[in-house]
Design a protein around this ligand. Structure first.
Ligand SMILES: NC(=O)C1=CN([C@@H]2O[C@H](COP(=O)(O)OP(=O)(O)OC[C@H]3O[C@@H](n4cnc5c(N)ncnc54)[C@H](OP(=O)(O)O)[C@@H]3O)[C@@H](O)[C@H]2O)C=CC1
Ligand SMILES: CCCCCCCCCCCCCCCC(=O)OCC(=O)COP(=O)(O)O
Length: 310
């Protein structure tokens, strides 16, 4: 009996593994086909997740428009990509467009430059962002505005400027790189969490409104990623935080997250959380047991204040 069972189970197991591998391979091929030759615009391409998305999408054959504030850093990345080749995929030299997302007057001009690069946009990845550390009571309203301009009003204005061309073509995919903090709010992150909650809300509304035009909207909410986000974060008085936090240093690799972003787009996912177990559970706790969640956050605030003053 044992012999019969084991001889029947082994081929079955091998068959399942084979089928699963085939399924994964087909999924991977479909993902890459989705972005091959597609015009992909990436904001915040000079650093961290944006730069890795540029590398991953370029290697998959996308026609890139790299956006950022630092023209030199964008040009350097564009040249690095132009020099790198992937054997089985035709790659394209990226264009660059330099502008500050926190400058409302810069967005319309930037959008028309972006459209001139390849004549249209298939995928817009709103990735650029800035974080914040500070107590609400000490924070200048200028800091709240700066974080909202960069993380919310800038991406919203850019999306609106590129949307009519997508609607005319009845084709397009808008992506918002939000954060777990677009779903839960942590103490001493008010401006950042508020900007990411607003991002989630805006792009959820957009998804419903543009479905009739065959335009996809994906909101991606990562947990900690090992980038310069904490180093570049702004503090209560507007100065740079300048510290690589342990949580950031221990975060996921931006290469891995960029690959997950590509996979999410290829599967036309609408809302994706890319985080470890605890942050993912915290999102459920906030919905299912808000009272408990708020007590945990108050205790987190007490601990953080204590450790600051000790
Ligand atoms: N790292 C993390 O733990 C997590 C990050 N995220 C999100 O990922 C996204 C990318 O951040 P990440 O790569 O981590 O951080 P980085 O600080 O490494 O990169 C941020 C990018 O945004 C650009 N940027 C900042 N301000 C502006 C502006 N005013 N105008 C135009 N571009 C600007 C930066 O350009 P410049 O070089 O000019 O400063 C840089 O290219 C952000 O939206 C962030 O909120 C989400 C969850 C976790
Ligand atoms: C049923 C059991 C549930 C247990 C839940 C306990 C609650 C634990 C709280 C966990 C908090 C996770 C915070 C994750 C925050 C995060 O990943 O943020 C991503 C960022 O955007 C990082 O930005 P930052 O500038 O804050 O570094």
């Amino acid at each position: 009996m044992d012999f019969i069972t084991s001889t029947a189970i082994l081929p079955l197991l091998l068959g399942c593994v084979g089928l699963f591998s085939l399924f994964k391979l087909l999924q991977w091929l479909r993902m890459r086909a989705y972005v091959r030759n597609a015009v992909v615009v990436i904001t915040g391409a000079t650093s961290g997740l944006g730069r890795e998305c540029a590398r991953v999408f370029h290697a998959a054959g996308a026609r890139l428009v790299l956006c950022g504030r630092n023209a030199e850093a964008l040009e350097e990345l564009s040249q690095e990509l132009a020099a790198s080749r992937t054997p089985e995929v035709q790659t394209h030299k990226p264009y660059t467009v330099t502008f500050d997302l926190a400058d409302p007057g810069a967005i319309a001009g930037a959008a028309s430059k972006i459209l001139q690069c390849f004549g249209h946009v298939d995928v817009l990845i709103n990735n650029a962002g800035i974080s914040y550390r500070g107590a609400i009571v000490d924070t200048s309203p200028d800091v709240d505005k700066r974080v909202m301009e960069t993380n919310y009003f800038g991406p919203v204005a850019l999306t609106k400027a590129l949307l009519p061309a997508m609607i005319r073509r009845r084709q397009g995919h808008v992506v918002a790189i939000s954060s777990i903090q677009g779903k839960i709010s942590l103490p001493f992150r008010s401006a950042y969490a508020a900007s990411k909650h607003a991002t989630q809300a805006f792009f959820d509304c957009l998804r419903a409104e543009v479905e009739q035009h065959d335009i996809e909207v994906t909101v991606i909410s990562p947990g900690y990623i090992h980038t310069n986000l904490s180093l570049n974060a702004v503090t209560a008085d507007g100065s740079k935080y300048g510290v690589m936090d342990e949580t950031t240093a221990q975060g996921r690799s931006p290469v891995q997250v960029a690959q997950d972003v590509l996979a999410a787009l290829g599967k036309k996912k609408k809302d994706v959380v890319l985080a470890d177990l605890m942050p993912s559970l915290a999102v459920y706790l906030r919905t299912l047991a808000p009272g408990l969640f708020f007590r945990l956050m108050a205790s987190r605030a007490r601990k953080e204040r204590k450790s600051k003053h000790s």
